[in-house]
Design a protein. Structure first.
Length: 95
């Protein structure tokens, strides 16, 4: 995080959120987290796990108002790097 945003402390990251807000630059940080996941970094894995659970909650909320929606589990091959996504959504659906 420090090298991606070129910051030395928590305070210096605020400029990316307020003064120099660039959604695509901030979104690019997800790639750095994914690289950490590939290396087995526990914090990066936890970040993606929590993001997956939050996404599942949003999909569940929206799907109640949508027609012909089916939710399924699928293994994905991202950029031919054989990354298998396994988002466990315990206590997410119907909560």
């Amino acid at each position: 995080m420090r090298s991606y945003f070129n910051v030395t402390d928590r305070r210096s990251i605020l400029r990316y959120v307020y003064a120099n807000f660039d959604k695509s630059f901030i979104a690019g940080f997800a790639k750095e987290i994914a690289i950490g996941c590939e290396k087995g970094d526990p914090l990066c894995l936890k970040i993606f796990e929590e993001a997956g659970q939050l996404l599942a909650k949003h999909i569940n909320a929206v799907s109640k108002k949508a027609h012909n929606v089916s939710i399924f589990k699928k293994q994905n091959d991202l950029n031919n790097k054989n990354i298998i996504l396994d988002c466990t959504c315990e206590n997410t659906i119907n909560n």
